[in-house]
Unconditional design. Structure first.
Length: 282
């Protein structure tokens, strides 16, 4: 990790970790004071982050260390210039830039994954064949589900978005299955709602094939997915960023269009109606 800024090294340490909101606050405080982080005591870091000292200890354990002293030793070892003069080097990127760079890395990993297009192509066929098509996304994933559903409805004859939980969720799955649905598209992002996991388990019990976009191949929904394609989320800010899952969703839409012979005609018909209505300001 030599040659990178102290903030970059810290960001990489935290990337991919499932941290609580309090632990994220500690992580953000360390990134902001990256040059000083290897030398802060647990009490000083707690005061800086506005949390309790035990929270700092739990934070270190969550990162895989025996305690905060072990974390601090690690930071000094990977920042030799800081250990030599008691301070870190000049930060090259601030926390917002680091978040963007982390998302760029997530997109690079997704690009490598898509070098084999077979899983996306298979998913596209499954989604195209389902009448109706269910699209599930709860809590943090609800915007992904709605966005996918909005565009899918332009080319697919019957798209039903499930973006709210509650006692009606299983009823809506039942109704879609009775109407002929064969597949469910799921977006699953952290923190994973138990209700989403239960809904997928129920959907498979009812005979639906589940296609899932999740932040990891080891996400809780994996056990209830027939085809899971991972796309990492960014964890550098207080709230996750989901550029890679969104782009993967668009790739699945493209693959679905390839499986719908009438897709192009539907798009052209929509464009004609939109023009006639003056729907968009050009």
């Amino acid at each position: 990790m030599s040659g990178s800024s102290p903030a970059a090294r810290l960001q990489r340490l935290f990337e991919g970790q499932r941290l609580t909101p309090t632990q994220r606050r500690i992580a953000h405080s360390m990134v902001r004071r990256a040059a000083d982080a290897p030398f802060l005591s647990s009490v000083e870091l707690a005061e800086l982050a506005g949390v309790s000292q035990p929270s700092v200890t739990r934070f270190a354990v969550a990162l895989g260390f025996d305690g905060y002293p072990a974390l601090r030793r690690h930071l000094r070892e990977v920042t030799p210039e800081a250990a030599a003069d008691g301070r870190g080097g000049e930060e090259t990127f601030n926390e917002y830039q680091q978040a963007v760079r982390a998302e760029i890395e997530n997109l690079r990993q997704l690009s490598e994954l898509l070098a084999d297009p077979a899983p996306v192509e298979r998913a596209g066929r499954l989604l195209a064949e389902s009448r109706p098509l269910l699209v599930l996304g709860l809590r943090a994933a609800s915007s992904q589900a709605r966005g996918f559903g909005y565009f899918a409805a332009k080319v697919h004859p019957d798209v039903r978005v499930l973006d709210e939980g509650g006692s009606m969720l299983h009823d809506r799955i039942d109704a879609a299955r009775r109407a002929g649905a064969s597949a469910l598209m799921c977006f699953a992002l952290p923190r994973h709602p138990r209700e989403a996991v239960d809904a997928l388990a129920y959907a498979r019990e009812r005979g639906l094939t589940v296609v899932t976009v999740a932040d990891s191949a080891f996400a809780p929904v994996a056990a209830h997915s027939d085809l899971l394609i991972p796309a990492a989320v960014g964890t550098g800010l207080a709230f996750d960023t989901a550029c890679a899952p969104m782009l993967l969703g668009r790739a699945l839409l493209e693959a679905m269009c390839d499986g719908l012979p009438e897709a192009q005609a539907r798009l052209e018909e929509f464009d004609a109606r939109a023009a006639a209505r003056g729907l968009f300001v050009e």
